[in-house]
Design a protein around this ligand. Structure first.
Ligand code: ADP
Ligand code: GLC
Length: 484
């Protein structure tokens, strides 16, 4: 059987450009697919940092006259993982200071519709018979709203190649005013309930969910949750209607990048059978963050976008009570200014007990995973979540709300689950500050019994979260879609 060719279109990819978990997935899933014999290539916009990190590249195509878009070029480079990388170079749309979606002061780029419509349009072209490359994808795999228009373009202008749309987060839908339809080269006939229209506007995500041949999302539990009003963000009807074409596949993790036995960001490496290094990381973390160096005081870690989704408001609310327990708390993240201020204020009020680093730091995130004793993730909703996997792998049991992928990947610690070796963290239902507090108390109590705590840590570290199983599940979807 000839190799299956997959074009994986994404708006971020680790280690080149990252704002969240989508980058981690884009950096690892195509590589895992390649290991299964798939010829996967990744398409990503040529943002300034991406171009700066391309050591060498060839221009493999030019797009001079795409209706509605400035001229663009396609560059081909290689990533560390050897997955061929196609970089869409369009200086007018992508080369600027700031993030992939927002300027330096946190405002969405005003031309985001055009920026990601171009990405989608080029993805559709590369997957179709109109591709200027000798390589033509058998499957177009799109991710989140930024590439949601690609299945629409593919159906409306090109046709032929099937597409798969992966939802990483229903909360971001790429909604824009309807007058852009023409500018983005979408035919008026597509602006309806059976098309790109969403409550009178144009939604890139809706377009993807409507036109893609198959929809996946990043955990089985979330695949169910989004078919209902509470977490469907207005698209539950369409998703329920398409439930036979909707599959939840739990994300994996890059086990080379996140490996306590070889992690270059750590003060000392360690493994399940050589745990001494973990204490050295705790000490390094305490010192670096200005916490008092106390080896036996439980240290809670947080790495997160500071948003309503992540439920950090609850943690900030109970932080003064936690200090009394006593525990220490270290937070890394950025996002809503109110939460950033609250985190900084707590650190100022409880020096030596609470520390906060507002900003993005890959390096510190690894040290927190290794140095903390427990990891807190009280997300209101969480399509999959990755830090609960990293935490388990680093022997830092996660404390999570029972939602989305968190419920699918953390097993609550009870006398029974401890005994049968499945316990891997602490799970609470009912999104209240008291429930979170009680659950942290539960964790702290178990921590006092170091024998049991070590058993829990070992369970966590023995788990296999590598991508292989999930990549096989994606491959099965591709095959099914092609058979149709
Ligand atoms: P989401 O994509 O919703 O933000 P995930 O848990 O899937 O949530 O992935 C978040 C990823 O981003 C993880 O790899 C996490 O470590 C990383 N991350 C989030 N905030 C920061 C930060 N401030 N500094 C470094 N890494 C961060
Ligand atoms: C999104 C979700 C997160 C998921 C990530 C990667 O950002 O919020 O839960 O892990 O995508 O799929």
């Amino acid at each position: 059987m000839p190799e299956l060719k997959v074009l994986f279109a994404t708006s971020e990819i680790a280690p080149l450009i990252k704002t969240g978990g989508l980058a981690d997935v884009s950096g690892a899933l195509p590589a895992a697919l390649c290991k299964l014999g798939v010829d996967a290539r990744v398409l990503v916009p040529g943002y300034t940092p991406v171009l700066a990190q391309l050591s060498q590249h060839n221009v493999v195509a030019t797009f001079d006259s795409l209706p509605g878009f400035p001229p663009a070029r396609l560059l081909m480079g290689d990533m560390e993982s050897d997955v061929p990388l196609l970089v869409l170079d369009c200086p007018e749309l992508y080369q600027r200071a700031g993030g992939p979606y927002q300027d330096t002061s946190g405002h969405d780029w005003p031309d985001n519709a055009r920026r990601f419509a171009l990405l989608s349009r080029v993805a559709a072209i590369l997957a179709s018979g109109d591709s200027p490359l000798p390589w033509k994808a058998d499957i177009l795999h799109c991710n989140d709203w930024q590439t949601g228009l690609a299945p629409a373009y593919l159906n409306l202008w090109h046709s032929g190649t099937p597409s798969v749309m992966t939802i990483h987060n229903m909360a971001f839908q790429g909604v824009f005013p309807p007058h852009l339809l023409n500018e983005l080269h979408l035919p008026p006939s597509s602006f309806g309930i059976d098309g790109v229209e969403y409550y009178g506007n144009l939604s890139f995500l809706k377009a993807g969910l409507y036109y893609a041949d198959h929809i996946t999302t990043v955990s089985p539990n979330y695949a169910n949750e989004i078919q209902h009003e509470r977490l469907g963000f207005g698209m539950q009807g369409l998703l329920a209607q398409r439930r036979d074409d909707l599959t939840g596949i739990l994300n994996g993790i890059d086990t080379d990048e996140w490996n306590p036995a070889s992690d270059g960001y750590l003060a000392k490496t360690y493994s399940a059978t050589r745990m001494a290094g973990k204490a050295a990381n705790k000490q390094a973390l305490q010192q670096r963050m200005g916490l008092s160096v106390e080896p036996d005081r439980p240290l809670l870690g947080v790495i997160s976008r500071f948003t309503y989704q992540k439920g950090l408001d609850l943690l900030l609310e109970i932080a003064p009570r936690l200090v009394e327990l006593p525990v220490q708390l270290v937070m890394l993240g950025s996002g809503e200014p109110g939460m950033q201020d609250a985190a900084r204020a707590l650190a100022a009020r409880y020096p030596g007990r609470i520390a906060a680093h507002v900003g993005f730091s890959e390096e510190l995130s690894h040290l927190i995973e290794a140095g903390a004793d427990m990891f807190v993730m009280p997300s209101r909703f969480e399509p999959c979540g990755l830090n609960q996997f990293y935490s388990q792998r680093y022997g830092t049991p996660p404390i999570v709300h029972a939602t989305g992928g968190l419920a699918d990947s953390v097993i609550d610690c009870t006398p029974e689950t401890l005994k049968d070796g499945s316990a891997s963290g602490f799970v609470f239902s009912g999104m209240t500050a008291d429930n979170l507090h009680t659950t942290i108390l539960r964790a702290v109590e178990l921590y006092r019994d170091q024998k049991q705590w070590k058993a829990l840590r070992k369970n966590c570290m023995d788990k296999d979260f590598s991508w292989q199983r999930s990549a096989e599940a994606y491959l099965e979807i591709y095959r099914k879609v092609l058979e149709r």
